[in-house]
Design a protein around this ligand. Structure first.
Ligand code: PLP
Length: 391
C-alpha cells in the first residue's frame, strides 16, 4: 500500500470508463493547418475564431513590445506592474465593448474568480445557470453567498427565485453569454428585464461571444442591443483575440472596486508586455474591420449546413461552435482518433466537461479556414461517421 494508491486507482478508473484525456502536443504555430504529434493536420478544435493566434500584425506588436518593455512586468499591478500598455489595452477594450471602463486579468478564469466573490459577499444571493463555465462555478464556491442554480436558460424558474429572495441586499445573476459546449445563447434580454425589475446585477461571461457576435464582434451585449443595461461583462483574450488574458468591462464603480479589491489583481502578477501589445493589436484590427467576423459566420453556416445534410446531430448551436453529438465517451474518443488518421484534428469532449452520455466532438470553425479546408473536414467526418455507424 502506498500513499498514492487512491490517485492511481482514480486514473485507472478514468481509463476503464473511456474518460482518460489524451492530450496531444502541438509542434507549430496554431493556424488552419497545425503540426500535431508530428503530423500536419487540419485544426478544427482551437478557439482561434479569427485566426489571430499567428497573425503577423499581432506578432509584430508583441516583438516591438519586448524590445521596448522587456519580457516581464516583475510585479503585481497594484504595486509596480501596471505599464502604460496595460492601461492602453483597458481603454481600448472599454471603447470596443461600449463600457465605461475595463480592467484586465491574467486570464478569463481569473476574471471570474476576482469578480464573483467581490460582488457577492455574505448575505448576497447568486443566481447561476446550471451549465455555466467551471470558472464561474469556482467563483461562486469562493463566496459565502447563497447560490441558486437555475435550470439551463430557464427564465421562469429565475423569475420565481428572484421573487422569493427579493429582500436580499445584493442579488447577482451570472450566466455564460454563449454556452461553450453547446453554442447556444443565454436569454439575455429576458434576464436583463428581470434584473431591472428586482434590482439585481447582471454579469455575463462573453468568452465565446466576443469576436463572434454583434457588430465587429463586440459580443453578446451588442448582439442583443443591451448596452448600458448589463453591469458586468467578463471577457477572455485567449479565444477570438488569440492571445492570453482576461478582463472585466462595465460600470466605472465596479471596475474601480476590482482594481482596489480583486484578489487576482492584487496577488498575481501582471500580464507580459508581449501579450498585452498583441491584444491591443487584435482590438485595433477588430475596430477597423469586420471582415474576419463575417468570414467566420460564412464558414460556420457552410460547415453546419453540410453536416446536417450528412445526417449528423449538431445540437442547438446558434454560433460557430458545432457540437457533433456522439453519446458515449468511447465513441467520441474513437471518432476523434479516426479523424486524426484522416488528417483532421478535433478532440473529443466528455464528462465532466459535458454530462455523461452527451460526449461529442466540438468542432470550432475559424475565419481562416478556406472552403477547401471545410470540404476536407466534411469528407473526413462523412467517412468516419459511416465507418462508426453514426450516420
Ligand atoms: C474559456 C472560458 C473561460 C476561461 O478563459 P481563459 O482566458 O482561458 O482563462 C471563462 N469562461 C468561459 C465561458 C470560457 O469559455
Amino acid at each position: 500500500m502506498g500513499k498514492y494508491d487512491f490517485i492511481v486507482a482514480e486514473l485507472e478508473s478514468l481509463k476503464a470508463q473511456g474518460m482518460y484525456n489524451i492530450i496531444r502536443t502541438i509542434e507549430s504555430a496554431v493556424g488552419a493547418w497545425t503540426v500535431v504529434d508530428g503530423k500536419r493536420v487540419l485544426n478544427m478544435c482551437s478557439n482561434n475564431y479569427l485566426g489571430f493566434a499567428n497573425d503577423p500584425e499581432l506578432k509584430a506588436a508583441a516583438i516591438r513590445a519586448i524590445e521596448e518593455y522587456g519580457v516581464g512586468p516583475a510585479a503585481v499591478r497594484s504595486i509596480a506592474g501596471t505599464m502604460a500598455l496595460h492601461r492602453e489595452l483597458e481603454r481600448k477594450l472599454a471603447e470596443f465593448k461600449g463600457c465605461e471602463d475595463a480592467v484586465t486579468f491574467q486570464s478569463g478564469f481569473c476574471a471570474n474568480l476576482a469578480t464573483i466573490p467581490l460582488i457577492a459577499g455574505p448575505g448576497a444571493v447568486i443566481f447561476t445557470d446550471e451549465l455555466n463555465h467551471a470558472s464561474i462555478i469556482d467563483g461562486c464556491r469562493l463566496t459565502k453567498a447563497e447560490r441558486v442554480i437555475y435550470p439551463h436558460r430557464d427564465v421562469d424558474f429565475l423569475a420565481k427565485a428572484l421573487e422569493e429572495r427579493k429582500s436580499a441586499p445584493v442579488k447577482l445573476i451570472v450566466t455564460d453569454g454563449v454556452f461553450s459546449m453547446d453554442g447556444d445563447l443565454a436569454p439575455l434580454p429576458k434576464i436583463v428585464e428581470l434584473a431591472e425589475r428586482y434590482e439585481a446585477l447582471v454579469m455575463v461571461d462573453d468568452a465565446h461571444g466576443e469576436g463572434v457576435l454583434g457588430s465587429h464582434g463586440r459580443g453578446i451585449v451588442d448582439h442583443f442591443g443591451l448596452h448600458g443595461r448589463v453591469d458586468i461583462e467578463v471577457g477572455t483574450l485567449s479565444k477570438a483575440f488569440g492571445v492570453m488574458g482576461g478582463y472585466v468591462a462595465g460600470k466605472r464603480e465596479i471596475v474601480e472596486f476590482l482594481r482596489q479589491r480583486g484578489r487576482p489583481f492584487l496577488f498575481s502578477s501582471a500580464a507580459t508586455p508581449a501579450d498585452v501589445a498583441a491584444c491591443i493589436a487584435a482590438v485595433d484590427i477588430l475596430m477597423r474591420s469586420d471582415e474576419r467576423v463575417k468570414r467566420l459566420w460564412e464558414n460556420a453556416r457552410y460547415f453546419k449546413t453540410k453536416m446536417v445534410e450528412l445526417g449528423f446531430d449538431i445540437g442547438q448551436s446558434q454560433t460557430p461552435i458545432t457540437p457533433v453529438m456522439l453519446g458515449e465517451a468511447h465513441t467520441a474518443w474513437e471518432f476523434s482518433k479516426m479523424l486524426f488518421e484522416e488528417g483532421v484534428f478535433a478532440q473529443a469532449i466528455t464528462y465532466p466537461t459535458v454530462p455523461k452520455g452527451k460526449a461529442r466532438i466540438r468542432v470550432m470553425v475559424s475565419a481562416i479556414h478556406t472552403k477547401e479546408d471545410l470540404d476536407f473536414a466534411l469528407d473526413a467526418f462523412a467517412k468516419v461517421g459511416r465507418k462508426l455507424g453514426v450516420i
